[in-house]
Ligand binder design. Structure first.
Ligand SMILES: Cc1ncc(COP(=O)(O)O)c(C=O)c1O
Length: 387
């Protein structure tokens, strides 16, 4: 087989936060890490080989950003997302998506302005808003038996003249939704009506099990009211390279963001990060297809295992991401105890759902991007404790 997702790679002592940060984050060393959103699969060889070629330069001086970086992003969007009109000057490179969210908040709003997020959601959304001295407005998602929807009524009720931005997680981490075109349209209409700019974090847009719609697929007036943030880092397992980009088709927004990128000095990607973008987007299509197939199989394994052996833990099959939002409400125990049992009895380190917002109580996020063998071993430990 060309790509072997069954291969086990020992990540301990490789300076990776998922394994080597266990002590710091969980105060434990012998648990199986199934938390941070990177994968236990080997970064594909076509990327590793290109990175080794960078070492062959033998001098690692300041890089020049080549046209290939921009072309690879543009052609990836054309091929994969059928979005064909992106130009070089609409792309801003940044050293991470979270970094970019924070910069966009500074660029597109003022201190004490209100910023909406839709919980439960990726926890840096909270801190990016608060650290920039903006007011956090929570628009919780509607939870219909673990299928989550946007609460448009609540959204409209919470908007005030001070509301400037909405940070959209699209697809959504941790609930695994790929927003439908109709939902996106409704959201965009409300935001445009109230002059609220959408920061659309689309970092999971390639890890989808149904067709993905970006705001960039919608009408021009909505595209002009948003900025899109993305990176190949989740898809191709290169998060450690810290490379990402913003697509801003509205020149006014783009210029404001450029000023902040310069001010914060966050636009200089390193040699490896730049190469990572090129290699991922020019060589990654086939690998991604295989990855999605494997992830889908892993999701089925978890589903069958819990259905058969542990039906008091439930989840909705995700439409995107390799992160499962496990619901423990049927387990008759407190959230704190469940967390402790996961860690100390099952020896599994999952993300604590409550860090994604208060709606995450009794939920824990499971990362299933690992070999089937390892996944099955973890499921046995989970089932033994919670069946
Ligand atoms: C929605 C979302 N945005 C951003 C990131 C992180 O992006 P970066 O590592 O480029 O800051 C993650 C990582 O899990 C994520 O899930």
């Amino acid at each position: 087989m060309k790509y072997n997702f069954d291969e086990y790679i020992n990540r301990k002592n490789t300076n990776c936060v998922k394994y080597d940060g266990l002590k710091r984050y969980f105060n434990i060393e012998d648990a199986k890490p199934m938390w941070v959103a990177d994968m236990d699969f080997k970064t594909p060889n076509f990327i590793l080989e290109d990175l080794k070629k960078v070492l062959d330069y033998e001098i690692l001086g300041y890089p020049e950003v080549s046209q290939e970086v921009y072309s690879s992003i543009i052609s990836w969007y054309e091929k994969r997302h059928k979005i064909s009109n992106i130009n070089n000057d609409e792309i801003l490179l940044t050293t991470g998506v979270v970094t970019a969210i924070s910069a966009c908040i500074e660029a597109l709003s003022k201190e004490n302005d209100e910023v909406i997020i839709q919980t439960p959601v990726y926890y840096p959304f909270f801190s990016c808003v608060q650290n920039n001295n903006r007011k956090l407005i929570i628009n919780p998602l509607i939870n219909e038996q673990d299928y989550y929807k946007i609460d448009f009524k609540d959204l409209e009720e919470k908007i005030t003249p001070k509301t400037r931005l909405l940070i959209l997680c699209s697809p959504h981490n941790p609930v695994g939704r790929v927003w439908d075109k109709e939902e996106l349209l409704q959201l965009c209409k409300i935001c445009l009506k109230h002059n609220i700019i959408i920061i659309s974090d689309e970092i999971h847009s390639d890890l989808v099990f149904k067709p993905f719609t970006s705001i960039l697929h919608l009408e021009e007036k909505y595209i002009n009211n948003c900025v899109v943030l993305n990176s190949p880092s989740k898809t191709f397992n290169i998060a450690g390279l810290n490379s990402s980009y913003i697509i801003a088709k509205n020149e006014i927004l783009k210029n404001k963001i450029s000023v902040i990128i310069k001010k914060r000095e966050i636009g200089n990607l390193n040699l490896f990060g730049l190469q990572g973008i090129i290699s991922s987007y020019t060589k990654g299509e086939e690998w991604l297809k295989m990855l999605l197939f494997y992830l889908n199989e892993n999701i089925t394994i978890v589903n069958q295992s819990l259905n058969n052996k542990c039906n008091n833990i439930t989840f909705k099959i995700p439409e995107a991401t390799y992160l499962l939002w496990l619901n423990f409400t049927k387990v008759e125990d407190s959230h704190k105890n469940i967390f402790s049992r996961l860690l100390n009895k099952s020896k599994l380190a999952l993300n604590d759902g409550s860090t994604f917002g208060k709606e995450g109580e009794f939920y824990f996020r499971l990362n299933i991007a690992l070999s089937k063998n390892e996944l099955i071993k973890s499921l046995i430990c989970l089932n033994n404790e919670f069946n």
